[in-house]
Design a protein around this ligand. Structure first.
Ligand code: G
Ligand code: G
Ligand code: MN
Ligand code: NA
Length: 252
């Protein structure tokens, strides 16, 4: 059986799970939210990375039911998470989901069903989603803002959008791709790029998240550069919801 064939049955087999990775304030290292990251566990116990199966699901159209499942699961977990603190929940979206005619309606439906608040849901879009059709993108972003959602640009720096283009978009947060954070200590150029993105984003009143922070040196660097939030293995790896609750309860 190929992965493509197996993928057709993931939903009926309850083979999908959401892991959560906490996001921290650079100011005081408190937890401000979590990012939901999809995991597929196959029958033999092995995990398939979303980097591998999301593109297949996008090709087959299965990204629609899978994406709906992700949103519903993240929102119902988000409601339970509110018992432990005032946390944002970030969800990654595919271009195909966002460009569907009923996208906003289905989001509202999920909130009604779960009781989660739009102000607590952060939608992570990639630069490419916004570049494909910028007029359409602005319409969608405006509608999301009216509904009270916040929007992040994920993997920032890997696409080709300029900060001046972003200025025209109603978005809240930039997530600097971890490829830039990886080499901020050893690479002069990556350090300059990361510093530049953080400084300009701050000037544009955008929040900045440094992704993939793995070492104390990187933490010190991004804090010094004025980054607002941090996420990465240095603080916490993505983990199942039950572990997240333990992590939050035991965290300082
Ligand atoms: O968690 P991991 O590093 O394996 O994620 C790999 C990639 O899969 C990342 O680019 C991440 O944004 C993406 N991804 C994770 N969960 C989801 C999801 O629920 N929906 C979509 N569309 N992408 C996801
Ligand atoms: O594209 P996106 O930013 O959504 O991808 C998030 C992915 O990055 C997740 O799959 C997550 O597992 C991974 N990730 C999160 N923190 C770190 C880190 O500190 N180092 C590395 N190598 N990967 C990370
Ligand atoms: Mn992401
Ligand atoms: Na990213």
């Amino acid at each position: 059986v190929t992965i493509r064939n197996e993928l057709q049955h993931v939903l009926e087999q309850n083979a999908l799970q959401l892991f959560y990775q906490p996001i921290f304030s650079a100011k005081d290292h408190t937890i401000v939210g979590v990012e939901a990251l999809l995991r597929w566990q196959r029958e033999d116990g092995s995990y398939v990375s979303p980097a591998e199966f999301i593109p297949l699901a996008e090709d087959s159209g299965q990204i629609i039911p899978i994406g709906s499942w992700v949103l519903q699961q993240a929102c119902s977990d988000g409601v339970r998470l509110q018992e432990y603190g005032d946390f944002q929940v970030a969800v990654n979206l595919s271009s195909i989901q966002v460009h569907r005619a009923n996208f906003i309606e289905s989001l509202k439906h999920t909130l009604n069903l779960t009781g989660f608040k739009s102000s607590k849901l952060n939608l992570e879009l990639t630069e490419s989603i916004l570049m494909e059709d910028s007029h359409q993108a602005i319409r969608i972003l405006d509608a999301l803002r009216v509904q009270g959602f916040s929007v992040s640009i994920d993997d920032f720096g890997t696409g080709f959008s300029s900060l001046s283009y972003l200025k025209s978009l109603p978005i809240d947060t930039l997530k600097i791709d971890r490829s830039f954070i990886q080499d901020v200590i050893s690479g002069k150029h990556d350090a300059a790029i990361a510093r530049g993105i953080i400084a300009m984003a701050s000037q544009l009143d955008l929040n900045v998240v440094a992704e993939g922070v793995e070492t104390a040196e990187q933490v010190a660097f991004v804090e010094e550069a004025g980054c607002h939030y941090m996420q990465g293995f240095y603080f916490a790896r993505p983990m199942p919801f039950s572990e997240l609750i333990c992590f939050i309860q035991n965290y300082k």
